[in-house]
Design a protein around this ligand. Structure first.
Ligand code: GRG
Length: 299
């Protein structure tokens, strides 16, 4: 599985690189900072989930590729902005200096904005690809915009900031709201876009949205667990940041054993939902194995 993930990560990176802005053509600091941020590494989970969900429903055309690049650009912009002094004030991510620590705050703000805008410029290139269907691409664009925006990731980040300033301690339902929007929304966008581009029916897209919600929450719980159990070398950033920032997490609310039990339960249910498509002839063993591997991921 490790070898298969490595191969697919490299395949995602080849696609991503093909869509990054050309530094020779436009030798500006913001373009260098954008490319630095995307090339700093990362698991490339979201584009991988997108392409594998596309394959699950029989998709096999390049039309998914601009969307794969776009979702990673949006994910990367969110990390660039999240690391800024005005937000989490972090100096390391993915084993490298964060964008603001490397290029300064002003360029990092612009690089985040640049990546968000360039993500949509890139996704729009799907119209010119082999396998382009105007209606499916329009629907995919709408999912991308919605799940990244105020009803999705930005909304989750806003709720997170509001919770930090609130007098009352965070409740479990508030925490789940934050995780659903801040973390699960982009995972939902990734998998739903894969399904929509492969022409899955509405019921299937709804099931994918539910499975991706569970994968997203499980992914976030594992993130909280790793902040306690991992190391700087493995994670590429300092551990213990939740405790340092007095952050209420799934682990502080439920304890590590219960959090880990629920994380497995969510992942296993998501796998059941994905395997339920088998009855209709839609199978992708790698996708289910990928979700299984997230349960025990170490970074
Ligand atoms: C600034 C609009 C805005 C949003 C920020 C995504 C986010 C919202 C903040 C990043 C911090 C964080 C803990 C987000 C939760 C999602 C998460 C665990 C992101 C890290 O994703 P990975 O592990 O990162 O896939 P890599 O580096 O592997 O790509």
């Amino acid at each position: 599985m490790k070898e298969k993930i490595k191969e697919r990560t490299e395949a995602v990176e080849r696609i991503l690189n093909a869509y990054l802005p050309n530094e020779d053509k436009m030798a500006s600091e913001v373009v260098r900072a954008m490319n630095y941020s995307v090339n700093a590494g990362g698991k490339r989970l979201r584009p991988m989930l997108m392409s594998e969900t596309y394959r699950l429903f029989g998709g096999n055309k390049p039309v998914v590729e601009p969307f794969m690049a776009a979702i990673e650009m949006i994910h990367t912009y969110s990390l660039v902005h999240d690391d800024l002094p005005a937000m989490d004030n972090d100096e390391y991510r993915r084993g490298k200096k964060t964008t603001w620590a490397q290029y300064g705050e002003a360029v990092a703000i612009l690089a985040g904005d640049g990546l968000l805008n360039y993500a949509f410029e890139t996704a729009l290139k799907a119209f010119a690809c082999d396998g382009a269907d105007v209606h499916r691409i329009a629907r995919a664009l709408s999912i991308l915009a919605n799940k990244a925006g105020i009803y999705g990731m930005i909304g989750g980040q806003d709720a997170d900031i509001a919770a930090e300033c609130a007098d009352a301690p965070l409740t479990l339902s508030q925490l789940l709201y934050i995780h659903e929007h801040k973390t699960a929304a982009l995972i939902q966008a990734s998998m739903m876009i894969g399904a929509v581009l492969a022409d899955a029916d509405d019921e299937a897209v709804e099931t994918i949205e539910k499975a991706a919600y569970e994968i997203g929450i499980a992914f976030q719980i594992q993130d909280d667990i790793l902040d306690i159990t991992s190391t700087f070398e493995e994670l590429g950033k300092p551990i213990g940041s939740d405790e340092k920032n007095n952050k209420i997490t799934y682990v502080t609310l439920k304890g590590i054993d219960e959090a880990s039990r629920e994380q497995k339960e969510l992942s296993n249910h998501a796998i059941e939902l994905l395997e339920s498509f088998g009855g209709k002839g839609f199978r992708n063993e790698f996708l289910t194995d990928l979700v299984k591997s997230l349960i025990t991921r170490l970074k």
